[in-house]
Design a protein around this ligand. Structure first.
Ligand code: URA
Length: 180
């Protein structure tokens, strides 16, 4: 791949800017439609993602696909990535310095794709981009990040932990119909 996003992905795969590269099997740059109107940003790769080098391929990914399908979206329609591109050991939260090291990659991905809307999945991604937390209050609301609309939504792992959230996640996804 020789386009901007492809080169960026190659750089991410060999990145050593923070300690997370030490234990990774594969970095997870992100994947999907390079001209996507909708960009989804999660927290960090987990075990399955680290093994496969692809975002959201475990149980959280299955739930993400289910809520996307509920509004007629497939994962190939959108671009999916994470705030940090390498798995934190034992799935701990990414640290501030790790997020800061990785942030230029995310900014370049957003600048290259220029989506109509960014969906931040969970508190980490939301806090990184717009400095807000408290998903109960802010999920499904529209914010701005640079020139893009941004909508925080529950992280799919929250929906696995609390299946009652699934309906709320599907309702929030309906907002994406404005951007398809
Ligand atoms: N959780 C995330 O935040 N990202 C993934 O890629 C997988 C699980």
């Amino acid at each position: 791949m020789s386009d901007g996003l492809g080169l960026l992905a190659e750089n991410i795969r060999v990145c050593t800017k923070c300690r997370l590269h030490e234990n990774r099997k594969n970095a997870v740059p992100g994947e999907g439609n390079k001209d996507a109107n909708i960009m989804l940003i999660g927290e960090a790769p987990g075990k399955n993602e680290d093994l496969k080098g692809r975002p959201f391929v475990g149980r959280a990914g299955e739930l993400l696909e289910e809520v996307l399908v509920s509004v007629d979206l497939k994962r190939e329609d959108v671009f999916i990535t994470n705030v940090v591109k390498c798995r934190p050991p034992d799935n701990r939260d990414p640290r501030k310095d790790e997020i800061e090291s990785c942030n230029p990659y995310l900014e370049k991905q957003i600048g290259s794709i220029k989506p109509k809307v960014i969906v931040t999945l969970g508190n980490h991604a939301t806090e990184t981009l717009i400095g807000k937390t408290g998903m109960k209050k802010i999920h499904g609301k529209r914010f701005e990040y640079m020139e893009f609309d941004l909508i925080p939504m529950y992280h799919p792992a929250a929906g696995l932990y609390n299946p009652n959230l699934k309906e709320t996640m599907k309702e929030d996804m309906q907002l994406l119909e404005d951007y398809s």
